[in-house]
Design a protein around this ligand. Structure first.
Ligand SMILES: Nc1ncnc2c1ncn2[C@@H]1O[C@H](COP(=O)(O)OP(=O)(O)O)[C@@H](O)[C@H]1O
Ligand SMILES: [Mg+2]
Length: 440
């Protein structure tokens, strides 16, 4: 049972807002087909939920555009309007003030594999991104607003997730501690020319992957499809690749702007990379007029830390980022999720290789250890079941490990799956790290 006590003031406000929402849609020649309005309590806030009857709408896209959310918010005198379209279309209007976000939240060490954890929303919910949906990311913010720490948190997750990374760090203030890391596909770029070299490297990787995709008769359309087919054909899965350009605007400007060599290469990578699991993050203090449009077209998500230029923030869908106080580094506005306190990582912790090893859960660790001890690295559903796993869990684990390149069928032997040298290496690195940090 939830205790719903809503004040008279909030009820009156809810009625006014409901009317204003309908009027705002009508003014834009949209149908105010609301089937329900209700007020609830959520994480210390009082949102009004306006539910649209989607059967009565024409093309849904005009009801869910970020532009419409801004317009509705403007019509409501600046009250934030959020979209919830997991099932049906709902507008969420906060009748109570925004609760305060915490000033610092550490990146959790157990962020789910294959996702990108970026921070917490005002509801306290973590924001988790799925690589295949958001594709590329734009990050904006003045000096000191939290860009470097944010990029470090993303790259550390990518490395722990076994991704390959390409890093550009012109000011040499962000990625120095990762110099020489084995997950770097090329040395860290510290000049615009070298940054262009990274994009060219990523494009060549697209070519290589295109050939591999072609070699499979089922015509995979994205990396997850390719990998599912590849492991069945006993080929290695391909890791996702992340290209991060810090101070990207200066790189772009140095190389002729949006129409120059870098602009063109990035535009190509933008659309080609999608299919092959090659993603980029474009971080800058400001976007010039000529690149706002092209960047916005490429990225699935924009995050603005404190910025000087409110117009630019608005054009990127992050209205209000110019009002983030100077003493709130790490606080950002995202075009899809509203305000987010992004995760903090300790830069010096990233220079210890131990902290960037892939996460092997407490459930998995004993299984691998036992397999190395008792079955010579052999792992199968019957083996896992005989060790106490449920069959469904065993099958799921084996498939997930296979997709990560941790186990592979060995046709030379009995076609069961075996621990790969890659996993053996990870396990031994974890062990050496452990003994080094607490000598027995
Ligand atoms: N997510 C965060 N949470 C709390 N403090 C942060 C966060 N990100 C950055 N800071 C603080 O702000 C300072 C500047 O951050 P930094 O990432 O270097 O900014 P930028 O790269 O935008 O110049 C950091 O040294 C740190 O003290
Ligand atoms: Mg920085």
């Amino acid at each position: 049972m939830t205790d719903i006590t809503i004040s008279h003031r909030e009820m009156r406000l809810a009625e006014t807002v409901s009317r204003q929402l309908s009027n705002a849609l009508v003014r834009r020649k949209l149908t105010p087909a609301f089937s329900d309005f209700y007020v609830t309590h959520l994480a210390g806030m009082t949102p009004l939920i306006a539910v649209l009857d989607t059967a009565k709408l024409g093309d849904h896209s005009s009801y869910i555009s970020p532009d419409l959310m801004h317009q509705l918010s403007t019509d409501l005198g600046g009250m934030p309007v959020y979209l919830s379209n997991h099932s049906g279309i709902r507008y969420v209007v906060l009748l109570s003030p925004l609760p305060k976000l915490p000033r610092k939240v550490d990146l959790p060490l157990d962020a789910p594999r294959g996702k990108l954890a970026i921070g917490v929303r005002f509801t306290g919910q973590p924001v988790l991104l799925d690589w295949e949906t958001f594709l590329h990311l734009a990050v904006l913010g003045n000096t000191g607003s939290g860009k470097s720490i944010f990029l470090q948190s993303l790259v550390s997750q990518a490395i722990r997730d076994d991704m390959k990374v390409l890093l550009s760090d012109i000011d040499q203030a962000t990625f120095g501690m990762l110099e020489g890391h084995p997950n770097l596909a090329a040395p860290i770029a510290t000049s615009p020319q070298a940054a262009l070299g990274l994009i060219e490297y990523a494009l060549a990787e697209c070519d290589r992957r295109a050939e591999l995709f072609k070699s499979l008769s089922a015509h995979p359309q994205k990396l997850s499809e390719y990998n599912a087919l590849a492991v069945k054909a006993n080929m290695d899965p391909l890791p996702r690749m992340l290209v991060v350009l810090d101070e990207a605007s200066s790189v772009l400007t140095a190389l002729g702007g949006a129409k120059g060599a870098m602009g063109q290469a990035l535009a190509t990578l933008g659309w080609r990379g999608r299919k092959f699991g090659i993603h980029f993050i474009f971080a800058a203090q400001e976007f010039t007029k000529d690149i706002v449009g092209p960047v916005r077209d490429q990225v699935g998500l924009t995050l603005c830390f404190r910025v000087r230029n409110g117009q630019m923030a608005e054009r990127m869908g992050c209205k209000g980022a110019e009002r983030i106080p100077e003493n709130r580094p790490g606080l950002a506005i995202s075009d899809r999720h509203g305000p987010i306190q992004t995760y903090f990582v300790d830069s010096s912790a990233l220079s210890q290789a131990q902290n960037l090893l892939p996460v092997i859960s407490d459930d998995e660790q004993p299984l691998f250890a036992r397999s190395l001890r008792e079955t010579d690295g052999r792992l199968s559903i019957p083996i896992l079941v005989s060790w106490g796993s449920r069959e469904r869990v065993a099958r799921h684990l084996l498939e997930a490990w296979e997709l990560r390149g941790w186990v592979m069928r060995d046709p030379q032997r009995d076609n069961a799956r075996y621990i790969t040298p890659k996993l053996a290496q990870i396990l031994s690195n974890r062990q050496t790290g452990q003994t080094a940090s607490n000598p027995a």
